[in-house]
Design a protein around this ligand. Structure first.
Ligand code: ADP
Ligand code: MG
Length: 592
């Protein structure tokens, strides 16, 4: 049962009884009013009877007075006559009023009044008459018959009123009985309806209540089960998990987290996360930003800063890789934070070893190149030296000397480049990218010429970025080296350097674009190019070049994008290296 339905039922449970009781009261009121009317009619009849009797008595009094006077001629005998005259008129008036609703009785009353008035005329004649008239038996007979008529009319009226009363009394009695029966019946009916109605509704409510309880019980069982499920899952996964509430108090840790932090869950529960999960920057050893604060600020899952080191309770140190995510309530409110992290110390060591080995491989390849590069000019110098010793002509000797010096200059430039590979400044310095790329091309020159590759460059203008030159040189040696390998003998490569304006660099920067006419990048391998050891060159490749390059460029705050070229005549890959003018990585350090 929904809440709205429940409220409706409650309202009905109140409203329906009230409505029924009001109906019952109205019905009973009708009955009572009818009974009362009948009783009033009875009363009315009684009053009419009383007035009629009074009128009759008064008229008899008058007649008695008149007889007395007739017999004695004593005016004192007329006292009742006079006393009754006024009240008789009043009685007539009252009766006229009382009988207004009954035509038959009213007609009889008018008749009675007429008879009385005639009798009065007769009486007046007697009062004014002489002794002989008074003793006239005929006259007396006339008076008696008039009075008999009056009595008969009054009698009829009384009789009629009596039978009317009897009928009214019967009616009132019936009404009273009906009233009682109605009362009993309506109480019974209303009571029954209410009982049935309430029973029906209360049953529905209690059924839904029982259903709800069953639902809640099964839900809570489900909840308990799923809680167990998640708890077991969290406890048995390989990553460390710590959960805390919004006040940063630890509420859960799995076994891996216990091991890495050196805290047992029972000890850690309720402790501030900062005490249990102590993280610092690997290099500066300054406390790292609290992941709870970070998630609270960003309101979504986030990774930790690079170079995060976890300090365990027992003094052990781990380099960790970690992510933090908000725990949201059903209403979307943030109620806690969960941290998932793992020990990557070993992984980092392996990566560093790989980077170092790639660096050595590059150096090895360069050393071979350099040996060749240096061998040729040295060969020339040796030849020129021999020629100088043989030559007498001073002009020619000078010319040989100039040539020898030129070759030596080239040798020195190559050895300087070689040295700078190992002499790296501690902090980023300003680098002229054109000069840097020309240095790389110088070292690759022999390979390019040897393969008969057509190289087109557009690297004029001065573009200065901040960074570590040897690392960037390694990047471009890799990228251009890949282009040489992709282009193959008699291939073509185009290198372009230009100014770039991009929001992701927070301002200006430079982009170096290397395009070749090789086979390009098939779609299926594109996502794997930056993975370590991914190579399509078999034993000839290490698959580390792009991975290391990406690491270096990211450290400089830049990015590498690889795609296929749409340059006419150069259908191969197009590699774009973006570098910001000012390096963002303030803590940037040389790779090895
Ligand atoms: P490696 O050169 O040792 O194979 P890299 O990391 O330098 O390793 O390159 C990885 C892979 O990327 C290469 O094996 C190749 O398949 C692909 N790749 C890189 N540059 C190009 C390019 N210019 N043209 C086509 N494929 C390329
Ligand atoms: Mg390569």
């Amino acid at each position: 049962m929904k809440l709205a339905e429940f409220n409706r039922t409650l309202r009905q449970l109140v409203a329906v009884p009230i409505l029924l009781l009001v109906l019952m009261a109205a019905f009973l009121l009708g009955e009572i009013v009818a009974t009362q009317r009948a009783e009033e009619a009875l009363d009315h009849s009684d009053r009419i009877t009383a007035h009629l009797q009074e009128l009759q008595n008064l008229i008899i009094d008058q007649e008695t007075g008149l007889r007395g006077f007739q017999l004695t001629r004593d005016p004192a005998m007329l006292a009742p006559w006079q006393a009754a005259a006024g009240p008789i008129q009043l009685e007539f008036a009252s009766l006229h009023q009382l009988l207004a609703g009954n035509a038959q009785q009213r007609a009889s009353l008018t008749d009675l009044q007429d008879r009385y008035n005639q009798w009065l005329i007769f009486a007046d004649a007697i009062l004014a008459g002489n002794r002989a008239a008074l003793a006239d038996p005929q006259l007396n007979q006339h008076g008696k018959s008039m009075m008999d008529g009056i009595r008969a009319t009054t009698g009829t009226m009384l009789h009629r009123e009596a039978s009317l009363r009897t009928a009214e009394y019967e009616h009132a009695r019936q009404l009273r009985r009906r009233e009682l029966v109605s009362l009993l019946l309506s109480v019974l009916v209303v009571g029954l309806i209410l009982a049935l109605f309430t029973r029906h509704h209360l049953r529905a409510v209690s059924a839904s209540y029982l259903r709800r309880i069953a639902e809640i019980t099964s839900k809570s069982e489900e909840l308990f089960e799923s809680r167990q499920w998640f708890q077991t899952t969290l406890e048995s996964i390989g990553d460390a998990v710590i959960a805390c509430d919004m006040r940063s108090a630890v509420s859960f840790m799995n076994a891996v987290a216990e091991n890495l932090t050196g805290w047992k869950l029972d000890d850690a529960r309720g402790h501030a996360l900062e005490d249990v999960f102590r993280i610092v920057n690997e290099e500066t050893r300054q406390p790292a930003e609290s992941p709870v604060e970070k998630v609270r600020r960003l309101r979504h899952a986030t990774g930790l800063a690079n170079h995060t080191m976890l300090l365990a309770r027992d003094g052990r140190e781990f380099i960790i890789d970690d992510s933090a995510a908000p725990i949201l309530s059903g209403s979307g409110e943030m109620i806690g934070v969960v941290l998932v992290f793992r020990d990557v110390t070993e992984e980092r060591r392996l990566q560093a070893a790989l980077v170092a080995s790639e660096k050595l491989a590059v150096a090895g390849r360069l050393a071979a190149t350099i040996a060749h590069e240096i061998h040729n000019p040295l060969d020339s110098v040796a030849n020129l030296h021999y020629l100088i010793g043989e030559e007498d002509d001073a002009l020619k000797r000078n010319e040989y000397l100039r040539l020898a010096q030129q070759e030596l200059g080239r040798t020195m430039q190559i050895s300087r480049t070689m040295l700078s590979l190992y002499r790296e400044p501690k902090a980023p310095i300003s680098i002229d990218l054109r000069e840097l790329i020309e240095g790389v091309l110088l070292l690759l020159d022999r390979r390019i010429r040897h393969q008969g590759i057509q190289l087109e460059t557009a690297i004029d203008g001065v573009l200065v970025v901040e960074g570590f030159p040897a690392e960037l040189r390694q990047v471009f040696t890799n990228v251009i080296g890949n282009a040489i390998e992709a282009a193959g003998p008699k291939g073509s490569i185009r290198i372009r350097l230009e100014h770039a304006e991009a929001a992701e660099f927070h301002g200006a920067g430079a982009v170096v674009e290397v395009v070749d006419n090789g086979p390009g990048i098939p779609k299926d391998i594109a996502p794997r190019l930056f993975q370590p050891f991914f190579t399509t060159k078999g034993a000839h490749g290490t698959g580390l070049g792009l991975w290391v390059s990406m690491g270096i460029v990211q450290k400089h705050g830049g990015a590498i994008r690889i795609g296929n070229s749409d340059y006419p005549g150069l259908p191969g890959a197009c590699i774009r290296v973006f570098l910001p003018a000012r390096t963002l990585a303030q803590e940037a350090q040389p790779v090895a």
